[in-house]
Design a protein around this ligand. Structure first.
Ligand SMILES: Nc1nc2c(ncn2[C@@H]2O[C@H](COP(=O)(O)OP(=O)(O)OP(=O)(O)O)[C@@H](O)[C@H]2O)c(=O)[nH]1
Ligand SMILES: [Mg+2]
Length: 302
């Protein structure tokens, strides 16, 4: 039997639907998804099987014009993810079309044209009339010689099987890279931190843009089969701490409950989750925060 296995990097602007697609391909929630831009911060791998092929999807942070240290580290991680992959899939949003951001990403791809296979996935086709798609496909293919174009809805699952089968056929021949039953390649403590960060972002997106980070301090397997998880939420200001706690601690209680429920499902055991908020005005400049996120602090340097 000949098997195939390879890495497929999903790149695109923030909010394009990269994490949604990865989760659909893997068939489980591996990467967090929110309606906010810049949700994914590091490279997250999800493993999917298709026939005798193993496709390792690499979710990346969105590519945008970076301003802060964290932004730069994220964008570097995204391009690094693309460079390491066997195939790159550029995702764009059908209803937004060819934005300046998309043009810039295509320009960067053009600089290394020929070094890698690049396919195009026009996502969120559920949001546009079908006739828009033909024009968009033509225009994008005039800008770059994509190997294939796929029209998909990552959320609804339209066209995603076709994309998966195509990828299964083009990843290189070779042995599997991960055990067949493994779906993610991210330490549990990091997945746990991401789940809490998702709940925080969903609940507090207006008040707390994205100036917080979550770290798992302790992961303790208990004798009764349950897990105790202690996490720290870093915010930049006292006011932010108040927002996360909420009136009489109501906000943190509610988001802790939501995170705990999801984690319980994920680990398949009872979870005790303890959250603590810390004010750390300078966390964006601390190298340890970056390694905890799976980013390289040096990548953020100017
Ligand atoms: N209507 C529609 N919405 C979608 C589709 N795919 C993703 N979304 C939504 O788009 C938003 C962003 O999705 P994500 O998967 O977090 O996007 P991303 O590219 O990973 O974003 P970053 O991590 O910030 O770079 C979420 O609200 C998704 O539910 C789709 O096919 N159709
Ligand atoms: Mg994402």
């Amino acid at each position: 039997m000949t098997t195939r296995a390879g890495f497929v990097a999903l790149i695109g602007e923030p909010n394009a639907g990269k994490s949604t697609l990865l989760n659909r391909m893997v068939g489980a929630k591996v990467s967090i998804v929110t309606h906010k831009v810049q949700t994914t911060r590091a490279r997250i791998r999800g493993v999917a099987m298709s026939g005798d092929s193993q496709i390792v999807f690499v979710d990346t942070p969105g590519i945008f014009r970076p301003r802060r240290r964290l932004d730069r580290a994220m964008v570097t991680a995204a391009w690094g993810g693309a460079a390491d992959a066997d195939i790159v899939v550029l995702m764009i949003e059908a209803h937004r079309g060819i934005t300046d951001g998309v043009r810039q990403i295509i320009e960067s791809l053009s600089e290394r044209e020929g070094t890698q296979r690049v396919a195009l996935a026009i996502n969120k086709i559920d949001r546009v009339q079908a006739d828009v798609l033909l024009g968009l496909t033509k225009e994008l293919n005039a800008l770059f010689a994509f190997e294939e174009t796929f029209l998909i809805s990552a959320e609804k699952g339209h066209g995603t099987d076709t994309l998966k089968s195509w990828l299964a056929g083009v990843v290189p021949e070779g042995p599997y890279l991960y055990p067949e039953d493994q779906i993610a390649d991210l330490p549990m403590r990091m997945i746990a931190a991401e789940v809490t960060r998702e709940k925080l972002t969903l609940r507090l997106h207006q008040e707390l843009p994205y100036q917080m980070t979550v770290e798992t301090e302790k992961w303790e397997e208990r004798e009764d089969g349950s897990v105790r998880i202690d996490q720290l939420i870093y915010v930049m200001r006292d006011g932010h701490k108040g927002i996360v706690l909420g009136n009489r601690g109501e906000t943190i209680k509610a988001l802790g409950k939501a995170a705990r429920e999801e984690l319980t499902e994920f680990v398949g055991r009872k979870v005790h989750l303890f959250l603590q908020v810390k004010v750390r005005p300078n966390w964006l400049e601390e190298s340890e925060r970056y390694s905890e996120m799976g980013l390289d602090f040096k990548d953020g340097a100017l």
